[in-house]
Write a protein that binds this ligand. Sequence first.
Ligand code: GLY
Length: 353
Amino acid sequence: MKIIEVNLKANSYKIYIEKNILEKISIYLKENHANKKIVIITDENLEKLYIETLNRYIQKENFNTRIISIKPGEKSKSIDTLKKLYEDFSDFKLTRGDLILTFGGGVVGDLGGFAASTYLRGVPYIQIPTSLLAQVDSSIGGKVAVDLPWGKNLVGSFYQPKAVFIDPELLKTLDKRFLHDGLAEVIKYGCIKDENILNTLMSYKDDEELLDNIEKIIYTCCNIKREVVEHDEKDLGERMILNFGHTLGHAVEEYFNYSKYTHGEAVAIGMVEITKRSEELNITKIGTHNFIEKVLKKYELPYKRVEMDKEKVLHTIKLDKKSSGENINLILLNKIGEVFIKKVATCEIENYI
Ligand code: GLY
């Protein structure tokens, strides 16, 4: 088993990475949350595939559990679904001493984590990410949120989980599109911190070889994220580098109503587009965007600019959380593996998109 300790003083926790780790989850629960009620939040697809088994593992220690299943997809990351979760918590008589367990991808983790952070001013929670995207990014670092009709993640908080359990075996039932969706975030880590990640991805023959080695990749990405989050838990500085490709990426996702592109696909377009522009502006080493494109292409991720109304895109970008007053913090590369934050006047943002 690989263990990463995220050191955040009173909010420290461990990330456990191992194939079939869920079989042993009751040991951890008994040691750390004995006699607590447990709410398991998941989505309807995962419920069919895994919840009976997961519940059986948990029930080895006779916990009183309640399963709450939401509709899959970004549309569920809403205030309406949040309210339904609160109703169920209340019906189950969940207290601040009990436990919430989020079993799902980014939507379940963000929504469930936000519900945990706000219900009764905070109920402890554990993340069990089931998608690659959630395993390498969204389940770690405590960013939890719901969307508003006019923007993604606009209501949220920083609320660290008590632990993160990552079982790479869960990726075997993931659709190829969603495996590759998560790879976009893996590629992001390579772009900002570690060229080796990209070279390794280029060396794999196919998805089978990728999956054979995924535990190591997940560990490397989680470790990069750990380091960044330890330096800047509240996203006031260094942590913003994790948003490389996300400024345009979020705008692309929203422009197409979260239906045409997955998060990773939109970020893929965003990474290439911003790097192409920063090369033209002599900021980034020439050829950098071509290399990113090559890796994205290998994993069938989009990288070409899409037709969008510029004014609408600019409006979304100005609402982005990386925007502060008259400025927006753009994440740019000097070259692969070397990232920096550039504060750009909001009125100049069109030069970069
Ligand atoms: N996904 C970006 C962050 O956690 O800061």
